[in-house]
Ligand binder design. Sequence first.
Ligand code: BEZ
Ligand code: FE
Length: 303
Amino acid sequence: MQELTPETITGAVLDQMSTTTDPRLKQIMASAVKHLHAFAMDVNLTPAEWIKGIAFMTEVGKICTPARQEFILLSDTLGLSALVNGLHDNTAMEEGTHTSLLGPFYREASPALAAGSQIAKTVKAGSEIVLYGHVSDVNGRPIANATVSIWQTGASGLYDIQENAAAIDYRGVFSTDANGLYLLRTVRPIGYSIPMDGPVGDMVRAQKRHGMRPAHIHFLVGAPGYRELVTALYLRDDPHLEDDVVFGSSGDLAVDIAPKDADCPIKGLPSIRFDMRLSRETAADKAGGRVGADPSAILKQPA
Ligand code: BEZ
Ligand code: FE
């Protein structure tokens, strides 16, 4: 019988798993085992540390509900979600606007609003801005009737559903016109903290990180024949643009609020222009697979 040692155990596990018939599962599991074993060897993982890790993952699982996905938050704060998004961008047929995190606060049930509508139910004096831009293909040809879903935090730095699960505020769905233009009014987004009251928050604090996301507005843009775009714009002057706790902000998604913009279709308000270019859809895109996930779709509440 083969003697199992730290030097031979990896090979033994890979041998035993080599009967896996699904080739992609086989590849993923073999790589996961190799990297997990290499990690344990690298840090010389002790039994006490191993059990602490198990306890941590158990807490991450226990706090998950249909409205809260702590595993995604863990993935976000470890940069894994941003990495997977970047790898997904690399598979696009053409280089369109880069993706950013969907985050846990997207909801299918958002109101369809007419062009130019204000998405916030209450607007504090001086906070109103116009948000507009063109949705086009990668060659700049306008895409009419694209669906542009927008969501952001309100003045409290919370999403509507964090304050009241049934509330709808600071979100809406718009359609582009014949020139690919989308146009709405909203309020200045403000930066906010990710949920810090769970095990991921404990981890972030232990690492002396701040837990903040820079001010941003989320977009989900779709049009027949194009790859769905999940992205966000980030305010360039936010102090956390460079150290977003979930690594979603990146230079090419940073925007400024222009005090005056002669091209803005609504006059007399500061505005943000954010144009988006969609890549054509591939066969793999047609099969589905959103960049990000609605927590309620991952874990349904027991009946
Ligand atoms: C968000 O932008 O909504 C978000 C993304 C990742 C974690 C928490 C929030
Ligand atoms: Fe967000």
